[in-house]
Design a protein around this ligand. Structure first.
Ligand code: UD1
Length: 377
């Protein structure tokens, strides 16, 4: 069996690592594809070192662009690669443009596709990720969900139940495996931070950073919060470009940080303020209070069974919620199945359900174009 595992943007390197390891431990052959959606050392390279993630076997170098340009660039290169590799399975993660692009190519090539982190829905179609989630789930054959709500979304959308598997959260697999390494990092000392003595801020969603009025309101609220709890802000390149000289006192701007430093900064924080999906989950597992600066979340389990609160963007509401979280932090809790073994469950399902195929004669791992009739469902 040959599985092509695709990642291309920061959060998905974190998810790919345990799945690659678990697939290989079942004896499956894997090819690891980096789409190149993220390409800077700080957005990509450092994750390979931090996660001990093997170098990609194929790099598509898609780079940045508008949604259509980026998605099309990944699709064009991935279609050619898939025609050469002719795998039995393509595995995609999460909700970024690379995920959608590769799921679409696999579906049209008749290659079985698995989506890890399926069924998440924010209900907000103004988020590009929501479109990517809906379409990717529609296209994929095996849907691996992190939460019971995600399973319900898929069933309600008409997906046959045998395609849906509640397996837990592979991001948590990585977090639990790497937590001690992260806590040993010197980043807090390097920045002069004391555990529990600061808040961590991350912002990169277009809805927060591209609209000047929203950003100004948020920065006002964050400046007010920083008078009580100084904030450190490892900024995505997209955000850093919008912020030049606009940050209130008490908010310290850093460049993007790698995986281990990100976990170390979360674990040491008294409060996390974010618009990231992954950080909502990681802060829950670390037991740190999190305020999500969005109107919706596709990860409601972090609210009902974790430390997250969705507070929107109204400055007065954000300030009041921060005061509450600082004075009365929620008790740490962790959702069921977020136990470090999700990738093993995924590999077990795939190993059980994929048909065994003999390698083509003289198999070099690459062969001719894919017939649309090779779908294995
Ligand atoms: C993407 C995902 C988002 C995810 C985020 C994680 C989509 C639609 N969005 O957003 O869901 O939360 O990744 O970080 O796929 N840039 C660099 N260096 C890089 C990569 C990007 O400077 O290595 C800058 C470029 O100016 C680029 C911009 O960031 O245009 C946006 O990058 P892009 O990959 O389009 O989306 P993200 O905002 O990173």
């Amino acid at each position: 069996m040959h599985a092509v595992v695709v990642a291309g943007a920061r959060p998905n390197f974190v998810k790919a690592k345990p799945v690659l390891d678990a697939l290989e431990s079942t004896g499956m052959r894997t090819s690891f594809v980096h789409t190149g959606q993220h390409y800077d050392e700080a957005m990509s390279g450092v994750f390979f070192a931090d996660l001990d993630l093997r170098a990609p076997d194929h790099h598509l170098a898609a780079g940045s662009g508008s949604h259509a340009v980026q998605t099309a660039a990944v699709m064009t290169s991935f279609e050619t690669l898939l025609g050469r590799l002719r795998p039995d399975l393509v595995v995609v993660f999460g909700d970024v443009n690379s995920t959608l692009a590769c799921a679409l190519v696999a579906a049209k090539a008749g290659v079985r596709a698995a989506h890890v982190e399926a069924g998440l829905r924010s209900g907000d179609r103004s988020m590009p990720e929501e479109i990517n989630r809906i379409v990717t789930d529609r296209l994929c054959d095996d849907l691996f969900a992190t939460s019971p709500e995600a399973v319900e979304h898929l069933l309600r959308e008409g997906v046959p139940s045998e395609q849906v598997h509640l397996v837990g959260n592979v991001m948590v697999d990585t977090l639990l495996a790497r937590r001690e390494d992260a806590l040993a990092r010197p980043i807090l000392a390097d920045l002069g931070l004391r555990p529990g003595g600061y808040g961590l801020l991350t912002l990169h969603r277009p809805a927060n950073v591209d609209d000047p009025a929203t950003l100004t309101g948020l920065l006002g609220a964050l400046g007010e919060i920083a008078t009580r709890c100084p904030l450190v802000f490892p900024a995505h390149p997209r955000t850093a470009a919008q912020l030049a000289d606009r940050l209130p006192a008490g908010i310290r701007l850093l460049g993007p940080v790698g995986y281990l430093d990100s976990i170390a900064l979360q674990a040491g924080a008294r409060l996390v303020l974010t618009d990231s999906g992954g950080i909502q989950e990681e802060s829950t597992v670390l037991g740190v209070p999190c305020l999500t600066l969005r109107d919706t979340t596709e990860r409601p389990l972090t609210v009902t069974e974790g430390t997250n609160r969705v507070v929107g963007r109204d400055p007065a509401v954000v300030i009041a919620a921060a005061r509450e979280a600082l004075e009365h932090p929620p008790p740490p809790r962790r959702p069921a199945l977020w136990d470090g073994h999700a990738a093993e469950r995924i590999a077990a399902v795939l190993a059980r359900t994929l048909p065994v195929s003999a390698p083509p004669a003289g198999n070099s791992g690459e062969s001719g174009p894919i017939s649309p009739l090779t779908r294995t469902r």
